[in-house]
Design a protein around this ligand. Structure first.
Ligand code: PPE
Length: 303
């Protein structure tokens, strides 16, 4: 990865190489962290963070679910994020705020471990490979399901959830797919290891419901809003596996993945096996905001 100069850790900007934790930290043993993935874009009007307020709020929500009290206010975390980007001199970057249970005492009981916060920023390119925003990716349906409801809460972006994501991702990579699409425990389409999914047929846009073991992504929300404004019908609904195979277009959304077209699922060709026209229109309208800095929706925080 591209190292940056500084990482914000517990209120101070320190050197990247000094941002360390102890091996006996609770998080190392039990996955007890919450985090975010945010992007800062170099727009035509200057550098701007996309959905900063929303991401910091989700970090608070994820932490609340795990009874973690963050020792900083949301305002302080936003200021710290901007300070970190400035200290690293990025024009564009990926931002990773992380809240974790550190040292105190071990054992599952998390309450005796201190809560710490770090914010790292670094320059990160295409998430699912080069050229994929145009050419699309090949994916498989995972043999792993997403977490069942009332097991690991999918609305919390918590470190431990990404063990499930890793199983999905490693299985996909082992068979040379870029990504795996997981079903929920009832067998309906849920999401990718790090992306939400959209399926288009006959001009109607479908996406799984927020109760289907997904992380309700901000990119998902942005795409639903853009699609409705363009006059498309958008349905949050149950999507059976076979709907993927007969779709006209499919795409994945996420902060890292942006809007990535899918050209095949389980080797079934999707559409013409390249980016479909509606996918391209939605992608164009989304990327226009972060490229031009024209922000009718108030999504950007200029720094
Ligand atoms: N589902 C999952 C499981 C997920 O991790 C993400 C983001 C999304 C949906 C999309 O959410 P949003 O970014 O708000 O649109 N995944 C982040 C982490 C990726 C990683 O490899 O780490 C991301 O895209 O930044």
């Amino acid at each position: 990865m591209n190292k940056s100069a500084k990482i914000w850790m517990n209120g101070e900007l320190i050197d990247w190489n000094d941002a360390k934790i102890h091996i006996m930290s609770h998080v190392v043993h039990y996955g007890s962290s919450t985090f975010e993935g945010i992007r800062c874009y170099e727009t035509a009007k200057g550098s701007a963070i996309l959905f900063l307020d929303e991401h910091i709020r989700r970090l608070s929500d994820s932490s609340k679910i795990y009874r973690i009290e963050i020792p900083y206010s949301e305002t302080e975390l936003k200021e710290a994020t901007i300070a970190t980007i400035r200290a690293n001199g990025h024009k564009a970057c990926y931002i990773r705020p992380l809240v974790y249970r550190s040292v105190g005492a071990l054992g599952v009981n998390p309450y005796r471990a201190a809560i710490e916060v770090a914010i790292a920023t670094w320059e990160w390119g295409a998430y699912l490979g080069e050229d994929v925003l145009e050419n699309g990716v090949d994916v498989r349906v995972s043999s792993w399901n997403r977490m069942a409801p009332n097991t690991l809460p999918s609305w919390a972006k918590a470190g431990g959830n990404y063990l499930n994501s890793q199983l999905i991702k490693m299985e996909a990579l082992a068979d040379n797919y870029a990504e795996g699409i997981a079903l929920d425990v009832n067998g309906y389409v849920s999401e990718g290891s790090g992306e939400n999914i959209f399926v288009i047929r006959d001009g109607v846009i479908y996406t799984p419901m927020s109760g289907q073991s997904i992380l309700p992504g901000f990119t998902r929300g942005a795409i639903m809003r853009i699609a409705k404004e363009l006059g498309y019908e958008v349905r949050e609904t149950l999507i059976p596996r076979e709907a993927l195979y007969v779709a006209d277009e499919i795409f994945l959304t996420g902060t890292a993945a942006e809007i990535t077209p899918v050209r095949s699922v389980d080797k079934y060709p999707i559409g013409n096996e390249k980016r479909g026209p509606i996918t391209e229109e939605l992608q164009h309208n989304y990327l226009r905001v972060v490229q031009t800095g024209e922000d009718p929706y108030n999504w950007l925080t200029f720094i």
